[in-house]
Ligand binder design. Structure first.
Ligand code: ATP
Ligand code: MG
Length: 183
């Protein structure tokens, strides 16, 4: 599975539809302070099912919607979608046969979020499990935010075990067990 495109529409400062194409090799994002680099990484975590508004540097989830600026009015919705190339068919079981996957999350002001995988509406949990099975996700240690290295060094053994479990590719199993126990 390879992330090939991230599309942002009305997410934080990205009021105009914006496509980030991720070519093979190393991708860097550079720009002056406040241009939206962190917003971009937040969009990536958000579409993978992040449900903590605090980790979006917001005081409620509606704040990820473009809030207006100067002459531009605020929007009432935001959408982030992620295109995944699955030509190597390494996606978890339910999605394995697809050549391409598109995972999208949309938020409507005061109405919360909806998720789609290849156009079909799914639960947040389904998106979270898809990425957990693929050993990644909104809380993946592969996404290192400021201060995170210090956190890992000071983490309790339990938390550090989670990092190892993800590296070992078994975090999806835990997510599934939790889901089974809830039923
Ligand atoms: P730095 O180099 O300082 O880390 P950065 O490139 O990471 O900067 P971000 O933090 O991603 O910048 O972007 C901050 C900008 O996004 C601010 O100008 C802020 O006003 C804007 N912003 C955040 N949320 C919204 C929103 N809901 N609507 C409009 N603009 C927003
Ligand atoms: Mg930043």
């Amino acid at each position: 599975m390879k992330l090939t495109r991230l599309r942002l529409i009305g997410f934080k400062s990205f009021v105009e539809p914006t496509d980030f194409l991720i070519e093979p090799g190393l991708t860097g994002v550079v720009g002056p302070n406040g241009c939206g680099k962190s917003n971009l990484v937040e969009a990536l975590r958000w579409v993978m099912g992040e449900n903590s508004y605090k980790s979006m540097r917001a005081t409620d989830m509606d704040q990820v919607i473009f809030a207006g600026s100067g002459h531009r009015p605020a929007r009432n919705n935001a959408e982030v979608s992620m295109a995944i190339d699955n030509a190597d068919h390494t996606a978890p079981a339910a999605y394995n046969e697809f050549e391409q996957l598109e995972v999208a999350r949309r938020i409507e002001r005061e109405q919360g979020s909806t998720y789609r995988i290849n156009g079909r509406e799914v639960r947040a949990r389904d998106v979270q499990i898809l990425f957990a099975d693929a050993s990644t996700g909104a809380r993946s240690p592969a996404l290192v935010h400021q201060g995170r290295i210090g956190e890992i060094i000071q983490a309790k053994p339990e938390q550090r075990r989670r990092v190892l479990e993800e590296a070992a590719g078994i975090s999806g199993l835990h997510a599934r067990r939790h889901e089974a126990e809830l039923r």
